[in-house]
Ligand binder design. Structure first.
Ligand code: NAD
Length: 479
């Protein structure tokens, strides 16, 4: 399966290689096989994309909420139809092949993407101007106004659903878009764009894949809003670039989530929750549990149950039924995760499992937990972004809460406990924008998704995600 797609799509036209445009070969992390090619754009393309989005803005922002909802629902229908197929010529297969995520998760991602479009269609229909008459002789009206051109910039780990989350919200708000995805997962991101383009007028969404200096820098100088998802490191660079323009920004950055086990937790249920929170998307999720905090009283039972679960995790081709863990998308991430584990062991931790063989030829990493990893080790204190985590035993739950709060990040964290009220009280003290109580799947498109501290600024998803692309105008009229 190889296919060439253009990463330069401006004003409804896909541009082929010409002039300074280069080609990037996409390879699979499963076995290194070539999957396809992507045409990469230039700084001229980036400027043309922004021109196009600016031209399209007046008419798109003037459409009614109903018109925008119809477009979004059309896109969602296509995504749902695509999600049904796990066949080798389908989109989910491609997504699995180019990122290493399990086929079922790839199908789930397409459905979740559809849910973003459906959700923002609903939210924009529900949005109403606020009217009040508080001052005699004056009527006030507060109404949303689309910001303009949104620069939507995405990472590789969910190359369909993160672009969907951004594009659905921007389109619903009445904004036009310039879009750049990571070049890992790009074929799947571009398939989304092909569908989106069928439902909106030319120029409403323009795409340029290419070097950040060519594409992102010029967009940040002219766009009206930026929506970035990626690492804290890059988020910080962008934040500095836009500071002088006071550019409205949504920054969804890294995380370092904890899973805190309470002493009344059901061990089997806790392990089930952790297996999802840790190994979803091969551990490459910003809302992953990166460290596990266990009461000493439960440590031994927990360790036995976790060992059994992790031993049962089949590492292999993510497109095969029965695989529990696929390869990591970026080359070099397997050794990076192994080094984090080794450092935590060298600092006094103990591996849950003996080192195990992983398939050769791909970017595989063995799943691992390190019990007794020091709280200050990189495995515990920083984002792992892979299938490993440190486990820290505690005597006093106050210490667990303090550790959860200490990393500087504040995206997602988890608590498992028998008494829901008590678990809720612990969760309420987390430094986190998203909390799962006895569940490993806390995210939902209808709710806000965002973090605090080093995890970023603002929200995507839900009403707040729509409003992130709008400003609000108060009009006072003498009556
Ligand atoms: P990354 O920050 O390396 O890259 C993100 C995007 O920015 C990519 O498209 C990349 O090409 C681009 N980029 C790189 N350098 C740039 C620069 N100087 N200027 C402009 N753009 C630049 O992140 P990644 O490795 O693609 O993704 C993993 C990271 O993303 C993790 O830290 C993860 O936690 C985070 N993430 C956060 C969320 C969230 O919603 N909070 C969701 C998914 C991933």
């Amino acid at each position: 399966m190889t296919t060439r797609m253009s990463g330069v799509r401006i004003d409804g036209t896909a541009h082929e290689q010409a002039g300074n445009r280069t080609i990037r070969t996409v390879t699979s992390p499963i076995d290194g096989a070539a999957v396809g090619e992507v045409v990469r754009g230039t700084s001229e393309d980036a400027a043309a994309a922004l021109d196009s989005a600016e031209r399209a803005f007046p008419s798109w922002s003037a459409t009614s909420a109903e018109e925008r909802a119809v477009a979004l629902r059309g896109i969602a229908r296509e995504l749902r139809a695509e999600a049904e197929s796990g066949a080798a010529d389908g989109w989910a297969w491609l997504l699995s092949t180019e990122t290493g995520k399990r086929l079922g998760e790839a199908q789930g991602e397409l459905n979740f993407s559809a849910l973003y479009f459906e959700t923002f269609a609903r939210l924009v229909l529900e949005q109403e101007a606020e009217q009040f008459s508080a001052v005699p002789g004056i009527s006030h009206r507060v109404a949303p106004v689309a910001m303009g051109v949104v620069a939507a910039l995405t990472p590789w780990n969910f190359p369909v659903s993160i672009p969907a989350r951004k594009i659905a919200a921007a389109l619903a708000a009445g904004c036009t878009v310039v879009f750049r995805s990571s070049e890992i997962g790009a074929l799947s991101s571009l398939r989304l764009i092909e569908i989106v383009e069928r439902f909106v007028p030319s120029g409403v969404v323009n795409t340029v894949l290419g070097a950040p200096a060519d594409v992102v820098d010029p967009w940040l100088e002219r766009a009206d809003c930026v929506s970035f998802t990626g690492s804290t490191r890059v988020g910080r660079i962008l934040n500095e670039q836009i500071a002088g323009r006071f550019l409205p920004a949504v920054m969804e950055l890294g995380g370092n989530g904890s899973l805190v086990v309470l002493d009344d937790a059901d061990v089997a249920r806790t392990v089930d929750t952790l297996m999802i929170a840790k190994f979803r998307n091969n551990g490459q999720s910003c809302i992953a549990a990166n460290n596990v905090l266990v009461p000493k009283r439960l440590e031994s039972d927990f360790r036995d149950a976790l060992r059994e679960a992790v031993e049962g995790l089949v590492v292999g081709d993510p497109r095969e039924a029965g695989t529990g863990l696929g390869p990591l998308a970026p080359a070099g991430d397997g050794p990076r995760v192994s080094a984090l584990v080794e450092a935590a062991v060298a600092a006094g931790g103990e591996r849950l499992l003996d080192e195990r063989e992983v398939p050769a030829g791909g970017h595989y990493a063995a799943p691992q937990f390190v019990f007794g990893a020091p709280a200050g080790s990189d495995l515990v204190a920083h984002e792992v972004f892979g299938p490993a985590a440190g486990v820290v035993a505690y005597d006093d739950v106050e210490d667990a809460i303090a550790l959860q709060r200490s990393s500087g990040y504040g995206l997602a964290s988890y608590v498992c406990g028998g008494d829901e009220e008590r678990a809720g009280a612990v969760a309420a003290r987390f430094r986190a924008g998203i909390v799962g109580i006895n569940t490993g799947t806390p995210n939902y498109p209808g709710g806000p998704f965002g973090g605090v501290g080093l995890s970023g600024l603002g929200y995507e998803g839900g009403r707040l995600g729509l409003e992130a692309h709008q400003h609000f105008r108060m009009t006072a009229m003498a009556v």
